[in-house]
Design a protein around this ligand. Structure first.
Ligand code: 13P
Length: 248
Protein backbone atom coordinates (compact mmCIF):
# COMPACT_ATOMS: atom_id res chain seq x y z
CA UNK A 1 0.00 0.00 0.00
CA UNK A 2 1.46 3.33 -1.05
CA UNK A 3 1.13 6.19 1.41
CA UNK A 4 -0.25 9.28 -0.29
CA UNK A 5 1.99 12.32 -0.39
CA UNK A 6 1.00 15.94 -0.87
CA UNK A 7 3.83 18.42 -1.20
CA UNK A 8 3.70 22.18 -1.49
CA UNK A 9 6.23 23.76 -3.82
CA UNK A 10 6.53 27.34 -2.66
CA UNK A 11 8.86 28.25 -5.59
CA UNK A 12 10.43 31.71 -5.10
CA UNK A 13 7.78 32.93 -2.68
CA UNK A 14 7.71 33.66 1.06
CA UNK A 15 10.33 35.60 2.97
CA UNK A 16 11.30 33.92 6.26
CA UNK A 17 8.82 36.08 8.17
CA UNK A 18 6.04 35.32 5.68
CA UNK A 19 6.97 31.62 5.89
CA UNK A 20 6.57 31.71 9.66
CA UNK A 21 3.10 33.25 9.33
CA UNK A 22 1.97 30.68 6.74
CA UNK A 23 3.23 27.64 8.64
CA UNK A 24 1.57 28.91 11.81
CA UNK A 25 -1.68 29.45 9.91
CA UNK A 26 -1.55 25.90 8.47
CA UNK A 27 -0.57 24.21 11.74
CA UNK A 28 -4.06 23.75 13.21
CA UNK A 29 -5.48 22.76 9.79
CA UNK A 30 -3.06 19.98 8.80
CA UNK A 31 -2.39 16.70 10.56
CA UNK A 32 1.06 15.59 9.48
CA UNK A 33 0.58 12.26 11.21
CA UNK A 34 -2.55 11.27 9.25
CA UNK A 35 -2.77 8.85 6.30
CA UNK A 36 -1.32 11.42 3.91
CA UNK A 37 2.30 12.44 4.12
CA UNK A 38 2.70 16.23 3.99
CA UNK A 39 5.79 18.10 2.81
CA UNK A 40 6.57 21.81 2.54
CA UNK A 41 9.20 22.33 -0.16
CA UNK A 42 10.49 25.79 0.53
CA UNK A 43 13.19 28.26 -0.58
CA UNK A 44 16.56 27.45 1.00
CA UNK A 45 16.51 30.54 3.19
CA UNK A 46 13.19 29.47 4.72
CA UNK A 47 14.38 25.97 5.64
CA UNK A 48 15.61 26.77 9.19
CA UNK A 49 12.45 28.55 10.34
CA UNK A 50 10.10 26.05 8.66
CA UNK A 51 12.04 23.06 10.10
CA UNK A 52 11.77 24.56 13.55
CA UNK A 53 8.05 25.26 13.23
CA UNK A 54 7.03 21.85 11.86
CA UNK A 55 9.11 19.91 14.35
CA UNK A 56 6.88 17.38 16.11
CA UNK A 57 3.90 17.95 13.77
CA UNK A 58 4.63 15.08 11.35
CA UNK A 59 5.02 17.50 8.43
CA UNK A 60 8.34 17.14 6.56
CA UNK A 61 10.50 19.81 4.98
CA UNK A 62 11.73 19.66 1.41
CA UNK A 63 14.12 21.74 -0.64
CA UNK A 64 13.40 22.93 -4.18
CA UNK A 65 16.82 22.12 -5.60
CA UNK A 66 20.34 21.00 -4.70
CA UNK A 67 23.76 20.86 -6.36
CA UNK A 68 25.41 17.58 -7.34
CA UNK A 69 28.72 18.15 -5.52
CA UNK A 70 29.24 17.87 -1.75
CA UNK A 71 31.14 21.11 -1.31
CA UNK A 72 33.62 23.48 -2.87
CA UNK A 73 33.88 26.47 -5.15
CA UNK A 74 30.30 26.56 -6.50
CA UNK A 75 29.19 30.06 -5.57
CA UNK A 76 25.50 30.28 -4.82
CA UNK A 77 24.78 26.56 -4.73
CA UNK A 78 23.41 24.41 -1.88
CA UNK A 79 24.67 20.90 -1.19
CA UNK A 80 22.94 17.73 -0.03
CA UNK A 81 24.89 17.65 3.29
CA UNK A 82 23.75 21.24 3.98
CA UNK A 83 20.13 20.28 3.40
CA UNK A 84 20.40 17.16 5.56
CA UNK A 85 22.01 19.12 8.39
CA UNK A 86 19.18 21.66 8.23
CA UNK A 87 16.55 18.93 8.69
CA UNK A 88 15.43 18.47 5.09
CA UNK A 89 13.95 15.09 4.05
CA UNK A 90 12.77 15.62 0.45
CA UNK A 91 14.19 17.52 -2.50
CA UNK A 92 12.47 18.50 -5.74
CA UNK A 93 14.70 17.70 -8.71
CA UNK A 94 14.18 18.66 -12.34
CA UNK A 95 11.19 20.96 -12.02
CA UNK A 96 10.20 22.29 -15.46
CA UNK A 97 11.03 25.83 -14.30
CA UNK A 98 14.60 24.75 -13.54
CA UNK A 99 14.81 22.91 -16.86
CA UNK A 100 13.57 26.00 -18.70
CA UNK A 101 15.19 28.95 -16.88
CA UNK A 102 18.36 27.28 -15.60
CA UNK A 103 18.97 24.93 -18.48
CA UNK A 104 18.93 21.77 -16.40
CA UNK A 105 19.35 18.74 -18.63
CA UNK A 106 18.26 15.17 -17.96
CA UNK A 107 21.91 14.30 -17.29
CA UNK A 108 22.26 17.04 -14.65
CA UNK A 109 19.02 15.83 -13.10
CA UNK A 110 20.41 12.27 -12.94
CA UNK A 111 23.52 13.57 -11.14
CA UNK A 112 21.35 15.43 -8.65
CA UNK A 113 19.17 12.36 -8.03
CA UNK A 114 22.30 10.30 -7.31
CA UNK A 115 23.67 12.93 -4.96
CA UNK A 116 20.39 13.25 -3.09
CA UNK A 117 20.15 9.46 -2.62
CA UNK A 118 23.78 9.21 -1.53
CA UNK A 119 22.92 11.49 1.39
CA UNK A 120 19.57 9.95 2.26
CA UNK A 121 17.40 12.70 0.78
CA UNK A 122 14.26 11.55 -1.02
CA UNK A 123 14.04 12.97 -4.53
CA UNK A 124 10.78 14.23 -5.98
CA UNK A 125 11.67 13.91 -9.67
CA UNK A 126 9.60 16.10 -11.98
CA UNK A 127 8.64 15.33 -15.55
CA UNK A 128 6.04 16.63 -17.96
CA UNK A 129 5.36 17.67 -21.50
CA UNK A 130 4.73 21.06 -23.11
CA UNK A 131 1.51 21.86 -24.92
CA UNK A 132 3.27 21.52 -28.28
CA UNK A 133 4.50 18.05 -27.37
CA UNK A 134 1.01 17.00 -26.27
CA UNK A 135 -0.48 18.29 -29.52
CA UNK A 136 2.20 16.49 -31.54
CA UNK A 137 1.30 13.24 -29.77
CA UNK A 138 4.77 12.74 -28.28
CA UNK A 139 3.90 13.17 -24.59
CA UNK A 140 4.99 9.70 -23.53
CA UNK A 141 8.08 9.62 -25.76
CA UNK A 142 9.25 12.81 -24.08
CA UNK A 143 8.42 11.70 -20.53
CA UNK A 144 9.96 8.25 -21.01
CA UNK A 145 13.20 9.92 -22.04
CA UNK A 146 13.11 12.27 -19.02
CA UNK A 147 12.54 9.41 -16.58
CA UNK A 148 14.91 6.91 -18.17
CA UNK A 149 17.79 9.38 -17.99
CA UNK A 150 16.87 10.71 -14.53
CA UNK A 151 17.00 7.11 -13.23
CA UNK A 152 20.19 5.95 -14.98
CA UNK A 153 22.18 3.74 -12.59
CA UNK A 154 19.60 4.09 -9.81
CA UNK A 155 18.75 0.82 -8.05
CA UNK A 156 15.26 -0.65 -7.70
CA UNK A 157 15.43 -0.22 -3.92
CA UNK A 158 16.10 3.48 -4.30
CA UNK A 159 13.33 3.88 -6.85
CA UNK A 160 10.83 2.18 -4.51
CA UNK A 161 11.38 4.94 -2.01
CA UNK A 162 11.36 8.00 -4.26
CA UNK A 163 8.62 10.14 -5.73
CA UNK A 164 7.91 11.04 -9.35
CA UNK A 165 5.82 14.13 -10.05
CA UNK A 166 4.01 14.34 -13.37
CA UNK A 167 3.54 18.01 -14.10
CA UNK A 168 2.33 18.92 -17.60
CA UNK A 169 3.92 22.29 -18.33
CA UNK A 170 0.71 23.64 -19.83
CA UNK A 171 -1.08 23.07 -16.51
CA UNK A 172 1.48 24.80 -14.28
CA UNK A 173 0.34 28.15 -12.93
CA UNK A 174 -2.25 28.44 -15.69
CA UNK A 175 -5.37 27.44 -13.80
CA UNK A 176 -5.80 24.83 -16.55
CA UNK A 177 -5.64 21.49 -14.71
CA UNK A 178 -5.27 18.25 -16.63
CA UNK A 179 -8.50 16.28 -16.39
CA UNK A 180 -8.27 13.43 -13.93
CA UNK A 181 -8.37 11.01 -16.89
CA UNK A 182 -5.49 12.78 -18.67
CA UNK A 183 -3.46 12.79 -15.44
CA UNK A 184 -4.24 9.13 -14.75
CA UNK A 185 -3.31 8.12 -18.29
CA UNK A 186 0.20 9.56 -17.96
CA UNK A 187 0.75 8.53 -14.32
CA UNK A 188 -0.31 4.98 -15.25
CA UNK A 189 2.10 5.00 -18.20
CA UNK A 190 4.89 6.19 -15.89
CA UNK A 191 4.16 3.28 -13.55
CA UNK A 192 4.26 0.90 -16.54
CA UNK A 193 7.63 2.37 -17.51
CA UNK A 194 8.99 1.71 -14.00
CA UNK A 195 7.78 -1.87 -14.31
CA UNK A 196 9.53 -2.17 -17.66
CA UNK A 197 12.78 -0.66 -16.33
CA UNK A 198 12.70 -2.50 -12.97
CA UNK A 199 9.96 -4.91 -11.88
CA UNK A 200 6.41 -5.05 -10.61
CA UNK A 201 7.30 -4.56 -6.93
CA UNK A 202 9.19 -1.38 -7.74
CA UNK A 203 6.35 -0.07 -9.90
CA UNK A 204 3.85 -0.83 -7.12
CA UNK A 205 5.95 0.98 -4.53
CA UNK A 206 7.02 4.17 -6.31
CA UNK A 207 4.77 7.11 -5.53
CA UNK A 208 3.57 9.24 -8.42
CA UNK A 209 2.14 12.71 -7.88
CA UNK A 210 0.22 14.94 -10.24
CA UNK A 211 1.05 18.66 -10.30
CA UNK A 212 -0.38 21.57 -12.25
CA UNK A 213 -3.11 23.89 -10.94
CA UNK A 214 -4.15 21.49 -8.18
CA UNK A 215 -6.58 23.24 -5.85
CA UNK A 216 -9.06 22.60 -3.07
CA UNK A 217 -11.79 21.93 -5.64
CA UNK A 218 -10.10 19.44 -7.97
CA UNK A 219 -7.76 17.53 -5.62
CA UNK A 220 -10.23 14.88 -4.51
CA UNK A 221 -11.08 13.80 -8.07
CA UNK A 222 -7.41 13.73 -9.12
CA UNK A 223 -6.27 11.80 -6.04
CA UNK A 224 -9.05 9.23 -6.48
CA UNK A 225 -7.30 7.84 -9.58
CA UNK A 226 -5.48 4.54 -9.10
CA UNK A 227 -2.02 5.71 -10.18
CA UNK A 228 -2.10 9.20 -8.64
CA UNK A 229 -0.67 9.04 -5.13
CA UNK A 230 -0.96 12.72 -4.27
CA UNK A 231 0.02 16.10 -5.59
CA UNK A 232 2.78 18.63 -6.01
CA UNK A 233 1.11 21.95 -5.42
CA UNK A 234 2.36 25.40 -6.37
CA UNK A 235 0.09 28.44 -5.99
CA UNK A 236 -2.46 26.80 -3.70
CA UNK A 237 0.28 25.73 -1.24
CA UNK A 238 0.79 29.38 -0.29
CA UNK A 239 -2.56 29.71 1.45
CA UNK A 240 -4.92 27.97 3.86
CA UNK A 241 -6.45 26.17 0.84
CA UNK A 242 -3.44 23.82 0.99
CA UNK A 243 -5.11 22.15 3.98
CA UNK A 244 -8.17 21.36 1.82
CA UNK A 245 -5.89 19.65 -0.69
CA UNK A 246 -4.17 17.58 2.02
CA UNK A 247 -7.52 16.65 3.50
CA UNK A 248 -8.86 15.63 0.08
P1 13P B 1 0.70 25.37 -9.70
O1 13P B 1 0.03 24.51 -8.68
O2 13P B 1 0.82 26.81 -9.27
O3 13P B 1 0.11 25.20 -11.06
O4 13P B 1 2.21 24.85 -9.80
C1 13P B 1 2.45 23.52 -9.98
C2 13P B 1 3.89 23.26 -9.79
O5 13P B 1 4.72 23.65 -10.59
C3 13P B 1 4.30 22.53 -8.58
O6 13P B 1 5.62 22.13 -8.66
Amino acid sequence: MRKRIVAGNWKMNMTPSEAKKLVEELKPLINGNGDTEVVYCVPAIDIPIVSELVSGTGVSVGAENLYFEDKGAYTGEISAPMLVDAGVKYVIIGHSERREYFEESNIIINKKVKKALEHGLIPIICCGESLDQREQGITMDFIRQQIKVALLDISADAVKNLVIAYEPIWAIGTGKTATSDQAQEVCGAIRDLIKELYDEDTADAVRIQYGGSVNGGNAKELFSKPDIDGGLVGGASLKAEFADIVNA
